[in-house]
Design a protein around this ligand. Sequence first.
Ligand SMILES: [Zn+2]
Length: 84
Amino acid sequence: MEISEELSCKELVELVTDYLEGALSAAGRARFEAHLADCRGCRHHLQQIRHTIRIVGTLTEETIPARAKEKLLHAFRNWKTGTA
Ligand SMILES: [Zn+2]
């Protein structure tokens, strides 16, 4: 059964910077973490972002270039179809 309020991987990727900056509402955080708990791909993505932040030392718009996002989303799709 699908829960309509569940985040998609795409939405999660869009929210990563807000999450890391603590800019999400409590409900937003809960949804974000619920998705993470359930989605290996997004946990991996979050780890990568955190790693990048450690190297760069800050979180900016450029931390997650749009092209990298597209690549990740493509990888997510492959995970979903490949490991079901
Ligand atoms: Zn996901």
